[in-house]
Design a protein around this ligand. Structure first.
Ligand code: DAH
Length: 354
């Protein structure tokens, strides 16, 4: 006769097996299966606790119960494992079906645009290319020599006050203090182009310049300039007037009137300010222009000393130099009141300028 304890244990194992195999088959989620697993095989799990009573059984009976115990344990473990795979497989299938359901979504489209200053510069470049001008580049970090000295602006000359200059701490590069600077104007290209290109030539320079400025609606520390350097035989102020008219009429319309007024720049003689009749009041006089004219550019016949500095014989060749700020041109053309918009990086505002 087997012991009461053994019978009880056998019944319990068979019940556990029958009940839980059913539960496992019905489980639909990994969470449910984890819960069943814990209930059976956790630290105080129903299967885990069964062997606790083994020592109370006679040795003979242990031989009966041990294989049954192992079989039930393995069956349940195996069933959980299989059901886990089945549940996973089902959820992958579901994901797959959902993936097929995905609809293409229209993304918001945003296209780039050309900066208003670059736009006006491109127009200017095209205009001067038509007259046979080529582009020339000069360094933005340059020497006092090219930016001032060779342009007939010696150290200590009061004309230097026309340009508030940013100097580079050059001593650490072994260059005397005050000799290296951020160019204040594209005129630093004048002597450089004379040294590089044999006359006659027509060059244009368009790029960044820098000034030690207090920034306000009309002044920027970083600004663009456009400069024309033209060296040929027999040039005169008439050619300068023609160039000014050609340029301003093409930018602002054929009706604009253009005049020259004497003005001092050390590297030209005679030097002039080039004015356009005010495009806002048509010469009547208004808040923007004052007396009916807007100063648009500085220009003149290149000074004989500057030609000589560039290795050109002033008896043989004459030159015209002519320069202005494209930002100011863009402000007038697009009716803008504040120069700071251009370097602001504010795309929303810049995009509005048309
Ligand atoms: N470089 C001058 C400035 O920055 C502008 C200028 C004046 C350029 C007269 C010229 C010129 O070529 O002839 O204010």
């Amino acid at each position: 006769m087997q012991s009461f304890l053994l019978t009880e244990m056998e019944n319990k194992l068979n019940e556990l097996k029958a009940d839980h195999l059913q539960q496992i088959k019905r489980a639909q989620t990994l969470q449910e299966l984890d819960d069943i697993f814990l209930k059976l095989f956790g630290k105080n799990g129903q299967i885990t606790l069964v062997p606790k009573d083994f020592p109370s059984l006679p040795k003979e009976e242990l031989k009966t119960i041990a294989p049954l115990f192992n079989q039930v344990k393995n069956n349940l473990e195996q069933a959980i494992k299989e059901q886990r795979s089945a549940v996973r497989e089902k959820s992958y299938q579901k994901l797959n079906e959902e993936a097929l359901d995905i609809q293409p979504v229209a993304l918001q489209q945003r296209s780039g645009f050309i900066h208003p200053v670059i736009k006006i510069e491109n127009e200017i470049i095209e205009l001067f290319e038509k007259l046979g001008f080529f582009r020339f580049e000069a360094p933005q970090i340059d020497s006092d020599q090219y930016n001032f000295e060779l342009l007939n602006i010696p150290a200590g000359h009061p004309a230097r006050d026309l340009w508030d200059t940013l100097y580079i701490d050059s001593q650490k590069y072994g260059i005397n203090p005050g000799q290296l600077l951020l160019r204040t104007h594209t005129s630093n290209a004048q002597v450089r182009v004379m040294e590089k290109v044999k006359p006659p030539f027509r060059a244009m320079i368009i790029d960044r310049c820098f000034r030690y400025e207090n920034i306000d609606p009309r002044h920027e520390h970083t600004l663009e300039q456009f400069e024309v350097v033209l060296v040929e035989k027999g040039l005169s102020m008439a050619n300068l007037q023609y160039l000014s008219e050609y340029f301003l009429k093409n930018i602002f319309g054929q009706d604009i009137k253009v005049r020259m007024r004497p003005k001092y720049y050390p590297f030209v003689e005679p030097g002039v300010g080039v004015d356009g009749e005010c495009i806002f009041c048509y010469g009547k006089g208004c808040k923007i222009c004052g007396e009916g004219w807007l100063e648009l550019a500085g220009a003149g016949m290149i000074h004989p000393k500057v030609l000589k500095n560039g290795g050109i014989n002033p008896q043989e060749f004459s030159g015209i130099a002519w320069g202005f700020g494209p930002e100011r041109m863009a402000m007038l053309k697009y009716g803008l009141a504040d120069i700071r918009i251009f370097n602001s990086g504010n795309l929303t505002e810049l995009e509005k300028i048309k």
